[in-house]
Write a new protein. Structure first.
Length: 176
């Protein structure tokens, strides 16, 4: 069998996590609780995958919930790296998730607005500042044990602060 042009070979790695299974089952149980309230008429009809709506009836779809419980805790990772160790691939995806999480929260938590640049030099400078801010934010999170959001809220009251980096002390700019 020939592969269509442009499509690389890939493999799927399946990984089970007890913690992931616990969180999935907890979410299914919560949705079922809400579905029962809707079926009993205690809660207005909202979008819930476990509610079967008939012309005049509302009932809980336990069969679908059972189907969703079976694969709880299993996650599939697709990769084109055929010879890599599966745990290394999973590690790559977990780091990727952390990077995506950082960018998702960085702009809103720092109250940054989008900036549009057209010159390559301006774009490079902006990306350098953003990456430096991200690196400092991640370092502050890991050092303090606080989230970036909590750090920003705590530091909002301060107008300037002294920072010691590599033995060089300086005054930091205003925190807004």
């Amino acid at each position: 069998m020939t592969r269509p042009k442009g499509i690389r070979p890939s493999r799927t790695i399946y990984h089970y996590s007890t913690d992931r299974a616990r969180r999935t089952v907890k979410g299914i149980d919560e949705s079922l609780r809400k579905a029962r309230n809707i079926a009993e008429g205690n809660t207005p009809v909202k979008r819930n995958r476990y509610v079967k709506l008939g012309r005049a009836t509302k009932e809980v779809n336990l069969e679908l919930a059972s189907q969703h419980r079976e694969p709880a805790g299993i996650k599939a990772y697709v990769t084109s790296r055929l010879s890599e160790d599966p745990m290394v691939i999973i590690g790559y995806y977990r780091r990727l998730f952390q990077i995506v999480r950082s960018f998702r929260m960085a702009k809103s938590d720092l109250k940054a607005r989008p900036i549009f640049h057209t010159l390559k030099q301006s774009i490079d400078a902006h990306l350098t500042v953003v990456m430096a801010a991200l690196a400092v934010g991640r370092w502050l999170e890991s050092t303090s044990g606080w989230s970036l959001k909590k750090l920003v809220q705590t530091l909002q009251g301060y107008r300037e602060m002294r920072i010691n980096v590599g033995g060089h002390e300086g005054v930091c700019c205003t925190v807004r």
